[in-house]
Design a protein around this ligand. Sequence first.
Ligand code: PT1
Length: 283
Amino acid sequence: MHSALSSAPAMNQITLPPPKLAGGPYVMGILNVTPDSFSDGGLSEAAAPRGLAMLEAGADIIDVGGESTRPGAEPVPEGEEMARVIPVIAALRAATTAPISIDTMKPSVAMAAISAGASIWNDVYALQAPGALETAAALHRPVVLMHMQGEPRTMQAEPRYDDVVAEVIAFLRTRAAAAEAKGIADIWVDPGIGFGKTLEHNLALLGAVARIKREVGRPVLIGASRKRFIASIDERAKNAGKDRVGGSVAAALIAAQQGAEMVRVHDVAETVQALKLWRATQS
Ligand code: PT1
């Protein structure tokens, strides 16, 4: 059966339950359903249990994605993306009432995912695809609008900005206004760490979370987990996996301390522990 969230009439805008960590941020656990994330080929069978384990470890939301958007990644055809994510969302929805987000640029995939029980559309293309704004408005679900310069395949070739923080803020304000004009009620924004940005750009944005939040006026999500910029800071972190956990946890904490309302992470238990420690020092 569907949860209280997803069984609400489609007309109603859903509201997220409060974050598990009092005062936040929400912790979004990353559930990639792409062949490079699994060595055994048991793609959808293995994925849902990994999502449930992240909830056990303290995640608030599971972010399901079937198309890699890391630098150099090739686009995935719609049918393939659907076949990856829909069974996983259905399996998660059957096992938990926790909110599920769908990480996709494609309106058709977002629509099918919401029908299968997802609650949030996480769009790294910020609803710029043809029909995306209209689809999101019809879905009546929260959306995440992210900034990206270029497209994943080529975005790291030569990122250029005159003033990265100001330009990202202007973009997010424009996209949030476009979404609001279509009647979309719950709008999150994300500066897109690693999406067409040099190390300096990423560091400037991570240091400007409070300003982004203030000047865009929307809740902010930060996804820095295990990204390459951490390896540019620490040359011992060449491997994208566990080598980068320390920097990832630090980035989540840096974002949270500036008021980020959500962090998107691989290492849920480690991140939650760090956030708990920080919260325990307050009040
Ligand atoms: C993100 C994000 C995302 N990141 C949101 N969704 C990815 N809202 C997928 C690297 O530099 O930050 N926010 N969905 C993953 N994309 C990348 C990009 C992964 C860059 C790795 C890198 O290593």
